[in-house]
Design a protein around this ligand. Structure first.
Ligand code: PRP
Ligand code: URA
Length: 286
């Protein structure tokens, strides 16, 4: 008989990963002891419980998540922001920032980071139970609820994030929002909009590597809402505090996922330390 605390269920595969992490930290505890331990940003809780021999009843919490092991962080100053701090994301972000990184590698890195971020941003999608026939018997599984996820890149630079996410969610639909920042006013200029007509029934991931003043993001979310969108997440690589605040104020219902929260904007509205002009670096224009 297995009892689990807090009603959080982990699959056997997750349990094995949990045990691996504990062994990796050389802190594998005696099976019957209760343990609360903070490792970096992860809090591990091992609850002593009546259990099967193969089931150690481990529950993991970090940030908002209770179902995966990736390091994510929320910060009280920005309630709408989740930082994806997975080591691979941070490693690739450092290569991306490097001014010596050529266009080809820059494009590959944006693609890879977007995929890793989407793994986190999809962790809260709701599931419906389904039954499938294995070659041996019936099994209960799950499928993502509702209509197909819809990716909406903000042109141009958001395009660089689409393919990586589509590798993870191949059936996702893709809409487009065309915006560019006026160089003098830094305000967004709208030039294209197309998303699926049944927007109210879909989950949207709005994609743009850069959240700077927030003007483009606010405008894109407003357009999406006018088209009927209600469940919208904003995925970016680098966010500036100004942009996170502006988006949170205009659209508090929209969660922002970023790989980095940078220091500030310069007088031309570029993020510092940032990575430069994302569109130019992606497409080799300058
Ligand atoms: C960049 C970036 C965002 C916007 C962010 O696009 O890709 O869309 O700036 O800035 P904001 O938060 O201050 O609005 P840009 O306007 O350079 O257009 P491009 O992608 O066509 O180069
Ligand atoms: N857009 C970019 O591409 N980079 C910035 O730093 C700010 C806006």
């Amino acid at each position: 008989m297995t009892s689990r605390p807090f009603g959080v269920g982990l699959t056997l595969e997750d349990d094995r990963q949990a045990l691996f992490i504990l062994r990796h930290h050389r802190r594998f505890p005696p099976a019957s002891h209760a343990l609360v331990e903070q490792i970096s940003e992860r809090i591990l809780i091992l609850a002593s419980a009546a259990r099967e021999p193969m089931d150690d009843g481990l529950v993991f919490f970090h940030g908002r998540e209770d179902s995966s092991f990736s390091a994510m962080a929320t910060t009280p100053a920005f309630a709408n922001l989740t930082l994806v701090r997975h080591p691979l994301v941070q490693h690739k972000m450092t290569l991306l920032r490097d001014r010596r990184t050529p266009t080809k590698i820059f494009k590959e890195l944006v693609d890879e980071i977007a995929m890793l971020m989407a793994y986190e941003a999809t962790s809260e999608l709701s599931l419906d139970p389904v039954t499938v026939e294995t070659p041996l018997e019936q099994a209960t599984g799950f499928q993502v609820s509702g209509k197909k996820l819809t990716l909406v890149p903000i042109l141009r630079a958001g395009l660089g994030m689409v393919e990586g996410i589509l590798r993870l969610v191949p059936s996702a639909r893709v809409g487009h929002v065309g915006l560019y920042r006026d160089h003098d006013t830094l305000e967004p200029v709208d030039y294209y909009f197309k998303v699926p007509s049944d927007a109210a029934e879909r989950d949207f991931f709005l994609l743009d590597p850069m959240l700077a003043t927030g003007g483009s993001a606010v405008s894109a979310v407003s357009s999406l809402k006018r088209a009927g969108g209600v469940r919208i997440r904003f995925l970016c690589l680098v966010a500036a505090p100004e942009g996170v605040r502006r988006l949170g104020k205009a659209h508090p219902d929209v969660s922002v996922y970023a790989a980095a929260l940078d220091r500030e904007l310069n007088s031309q509205g570029y993020i510092l330390p940032g990575l430069g002009d994302a569109g130019d670096r992606l497409f080799g224009t300058r």
